[in-house]
Design a protein around this ligand. Structure first.
Ligand SMILES: [Zn+2]
Length: 289
C-alpha cells in the first residue's frame, strides 16, 4: 500500500533563523555536522515533544535532551555529543530564539544587594557578537609544545554530572552525625572533583611535541602516555594547560551582559547597572537550582 500524501505537510516547521558556529564547523566530518557551504545552519523551532524533553531533569543532566533537541531543530547536525561545547551552547541559544523569539529572559545576581535581577538578551545580538574558535591552541612550556583543544560537549556533561553529584553528597553530609565519617566523606568528594578536573585536562590535550637529542621532532598522541605524563609533570605545566583551557572555554557566545537592579540605586538615584555572567545553557540552569 502506497503511503498517502499528508495534506498537512505545508504546515510543518520551516527554518526560523540561520546560525554560524564558533568553530565555523570546519573540523567536523559529515557524520557529526553536514555543513552548508555558507556555514550557516538552518534552525527550526522546538516541537511540543522537544519542549517536554527539555523539562526532563534526568535527560537534561545526561545530555540526552540537548542532543535530541538539536537533532530535531538543527537537522544538519547528526551527532551533537561529538561537537565542541561552545558550538552546542550557540545552537541552544539559536534554538531558543527560533522557538520563543529574539528576546530571551535571563537572570543575574546584583553585586550590591545579591538579589536576582532579570534582563532581556537579544538572541540575534548574541549570535552576531560570537567569537570564532580554532580547532587547537598551543601551550609552550619547558621545551614542550602542547596542543590543547576546547571542551567537547561530552566533557561538559561529565563535569555537570560530577558537580551535581558532589553538591548532592555535600548536602547529605549535614545529616551524618559522626565527625570522622563526615570528614572522610568530604575527602572522598574532594578526590572525585580532583579526578574529574584531571580527566577533563587529559581530554583537552591532543598532543605533546618536543625536539629530541638528535634534533628530530617527536609527537606523542597516545592517550595513556599523555595521562602518565600529566600525572608526573611539574605542576606549573599543568597550571599553564589549565589556564589555556579556561581561556578557550570562554570563547564563543558572549555571556557577559549589562543588567539593571530594580532594588538598588546609585548616588544619582538611577538603578544600579552591573555586569553579570548570563547562563543560556539549560543543563546548568538545572544543576544550579
Ligand atoms: Zn541590587
Amino acid at each position: 500500500m502506497a503511503q498517502q500524501h499528508n495534506p498537512l505537510t505545508s504546515f510543518y516547521r520551516a527554518p526560523k533563523l540561520y546560525a554560524k558556529l564558533p568553530s565555523l564547523g570546519q573540523y567536523y566530518s559529515a557524520d557529526i555536522v553536514e555543513m552548508p557551504e555558507n556555514g550557516e545552519l538552518p534552525i527550526f523551532a522546538m516541537t511540543a515533544k522537544d519542549e517536554l524533553l527539555m523539562k526532563n531533569p534526568d535527560a537534561l543532566l545526561n545530555g540526552e535532551a540537548v542532543v535530541q533537541v538539536i537533532k530535531s531543530c538543527v537537522p544538519n547536525v547528526k551527532n551533537a555529543s561529538k561537537m565542541l561545547s561552545a558550538d552546542v551552547d550557540t545552537l541552544l541559544v539559536a534554538i531558543q530564539g527560533a522557538t520563543f523569539g529574539d528576546d530571551l529572559e535571563v537572570t543575574g545576581t546584583c553585586d550590591k544587594c545579591s538579589s536576582e535581577a532579570r534582563g532581556i538578551a537579544s538572541v540575534e545580538r548574541a549570535l552576531e557578537t560570537m567569537q570564532v574558535l580554532e580547532e587547537e591552541y598551543e601551550v609552550a612550556h619547558s621545551g614542550l609544545i602542547i596542543l590543547v583543544k576546547p571542551f567537547s560537549y561530552t566533557s561538559t556533561i561529565k563535569a555537570g554530572i560530577t558537580n551535581f553529584q558532589s553538591t548532592r553528597s555535600l548536602q547529605a553530609l549535614a545529616d551524618v552525625p559522626d565527625e570522622m565519617e563526615r570528614l572522610s566523606l568530604f575527602n572522598n568528594n574532594f578526590k572525585q572533583i580532583a579526578a574529574l578536573n584531571f580527566s577533563l585536562i587529559v581530554d583537552s590535550v591532543s598532543s605533546v611535541s618536543f625536539t629530541d637529542e638528535e634534533g628530530e621532532e617527536q609527537t606523542v598522541t597516545d592517550r595513556n602516555h599523555i595521562t602518565e605524563f600529566l600525572d608526573n609533570a611539574d605542576s606549573k605545566i599543568g597550571k599553564s594547560i589549565e589556564d589555556k583551557i579556561a581561556e578557550l572555554n570562554s570563547i564563543g557566545i558572549n555571556h557577559e551582559m549589562k543588567m539593571q537592579c530594580e532594588k538598588c540605586q546609585d548616588d544619582d538615584g538611577e538603578p544600579v547597572v552591573f555586569e553579570s555572567r548570563v547562563n543560556f545553557d539549560p543543563v546548568n540552569f538545572f544543576t544550579a537550582s
